[in-house]
Design a protein around this ligand. Sequence first.
Ligand SMILES: NC(=O)c1ccc[n+]([C@@H]2O[C@H](COP(=O)([O-])OP(=O)(O)OC[C@H]3O[C@@H](n4cnc5c(N)ncnc54)[C@H](O)[C@@H]3O)[C@@H](O)[C@H]2O)c1
Length: 342
Amino acid sequence: MNSPKDQTTNKPLRYDGQVALVTGAGRGLGRAHALMLAARGCKVIVNDLGSAYDGTGAARGQVADEVVAEIVAAGGTAVASYDSVENAQPIIDTALQAYGRLDIVVNNAGILTPETWSELTLESWQRTLNVNLTGVFTVMKAAWPEFVKQGYGRCIMTASPAMYGAGVAGYAASKAGILGLANSLQFEARKLRLNIKCNVLVPQAVTRMTEDFAAAVDQRRVSQGKPAGRETPASIMAQLSPDKVSAMVGWLAHADCQAEAAIFEAGGGYFAQLNWARSAPLFATTREGVEAAPLPEHIRDGQLTLGNFADGDMPVSGDGSMGSPSALDQVFKHLADNGHQS
Ligand SMILES: NC(=O)c1ccc[n+]([C@@H]2O[C@H](COP(=O)([O-])OP(=O)(O)OC[C@H]3O[C@@H](n4cnc5c(N)ncnc54)[C@H](O)[C@@H]3O)[C@@H](O)[C@H]2O)c1
């Protein structure tokens, strides 16, 4: 439900004169983001090496060419890049050689492997982390000097609801890692007092990735003599087209957006913001005296406090501390309030 205080204005959001890199833009969500940005005046680097949904198989770089052709046919400006995000400098070089600047980076490339925890191998775990997390690291390492030089940049990183817990441990871990990376880059940008904003997208859409993943899981179930999974009704699938996510990317990529290290869900026309939540503080320093280390029993007996989010606060992304005032200051204050000398 929209809040009555949500604002409306007739000014369209445009990106004229700006340059965006969208990784993994040959299909699915990345393609939708690239088309949307190009349609609003942005020059786009369509990066995609054209892998299978799980990162295996021969690269098919032509998916990037197909999206470039679509953009150009619609009157936009785009160039293709076929390098893996695991080796990002050539991707950034393509942007700089073609257009001389880089304003927006949409880290979208990702892979998903279908193994359950008992099936997951170290090779598959590493392959997933290499693309989904190290790939964002290498892209942002190469893009960062341009952002710093311009004093400006918009960076979007793509996480997943899988990080809340799903049967794909490597994928979930890679996507949760993105949160720490985004928070840390925002911290760096703040320290440098630059207009660089780094935010996280948690999307949901029907794409090649979700369809091939579902097919692989079904195939495994059937090979184990189990029934295939329930099919999602076509009416729901139709609602979950990738272009219904791109509006959030459009906003996070825009100069007007001041969000910092925030996390946004988007899918099927639904949007929400997530936040960290900290409970009310539990102090376990008085029972055995100031010097004694708290006991596990203190934690057991403090379950109500630790579950009390109404009296807690929300950590500010990019703060990096346990509260303001700091956790230690809070402990000293608590001790002083209870008659102890620190
Ligand atoms: N579809 C969803 O519901 C969903 C949900 C949560 C998160 N995501 C994330 O959104 C992003 C896009 O997913 P999608 O559903 O569009 O998947 P997709 O498989 O349809 O498209 C991903 C694209 O990334 C490319 N790619 C893969 N590895 C690459 C690499 N190393 N370098 C460059 N390009 C590479 C692939 O070739 C592919 O074209 C991924 O990061 C995915 O994890 C998707």
